[in-house]
Design a protein around this ligand. Structure first.
Ligand code: GLP
Length: 240
């Protein structure tokens, strides 16, 4: 795994967006794995600017998001489908039918999970997977103790994740369950780009990069990926 450290989250986001832009120009129908959370917002904003300036065409791009809360209507501003539509998809020329977010309201969640993995495979697989990282080093919603070989599945969120994300749920109740791509699905991506910003991520980054590969530190599995790049700002890299 390679690591790059930036003076600011803005520089980090510009660098990350350039990696996406280069791939989209080289392979216009590429398959992107996308993430939610505060961290990737600046990267999405930069990609939107590149699109508005005429330098990027999303018309053939296909996307698969990592995760979604269970039982939250897509009209709830906290749902990840809403997040992606409002912060990114509605602002570029991506075809709505080419965007995929796990359905947190499927009648049969298990069937939905296996169909999600099947459609990723049918698309040819993810070319570039964007990841954030939780304070406990979770990736997507794969919490400590997760099975490294799992595909898309439902999970119970840990108290630490519920606490970290509670700020977003000012009015509605924070869900306790979610659906997430598994670590097995994530590791199949051809290239992985993990973004970490802020001192709250410093310990998770250290454990991921310097610690042993263990399910207790879900992101540590990335040490085994052949093409993983971690971008940190100085604060997130402060314990390296
Ligand atoms: C949530 C998401 C993760 C994300 C993490 C960190 O738990 N499921 O995919 O990486 O939060 O979010 P933030 O970037 O807001 O710190």
């Amino acid at each position: 795994m390679d690591i790059r450290i930036f003076d600011s989250s803005r520089e980090l986001a510009f660098f990350a967006a350039d990696i996406f832009a280069e791939l989209i120009r080289k392979k216009p129908d590429c398959v992107l794995g996308l993430a939610t959370g505060a961290t990737p917002l600046e990267t999405y904003a930069r990609l939107i600017t590149l699109y508005e300036e005429g330098g990027l065409d999303f018309s053939q791009v296909r996307t698969f998001n990592l995760d979604e809360y269970l039982g939250l209507p897509v009209t709830d501003p906290n749902s990840y489908r809403y997040f992606m539509d409002s912060n990114f998809f509605s602002k570029v020329n991506i075809a709505p039918e080419n965007t995929h977010v796990p359905d947190g309201n499927a009648a049969d969640a298990e069937q939905m999970c296996s169909e999600y993995d099947r459609s990723i495979q049918a698309s040819g697989g993810i070319d570039l997977q964007l990841l954030g990282i939780g304070r406990n080093a979770h990736i997507a919603f794969n919490e400590p103790g997760s099975d490294f070989s799992a595909g898309t599945h439902t999970v119970r969120l840990t108290e630490s994740t519920i606490e970290a994300n509670r700020i977003y749920f000012t009015e509605s109740e924070m869900p306790r369950f979610a659906v997430t791509m598994g670590i097995g699905s994530i590791m199949k991506a051809k290239k992985i780009l993990l973004l970490a910003v802020g001192d709250k991520k410093a310990q998770a980054v250290r454990d991921t990069v310097k610690g042993p590969v263990t399910p207790e530190v879900p992101a540590s599995v990335l040490q085994n990926h052949p093409d993983c790049l971690i971008l940190c700002d100085k604060a997130a890299a402060s314990l390296l």
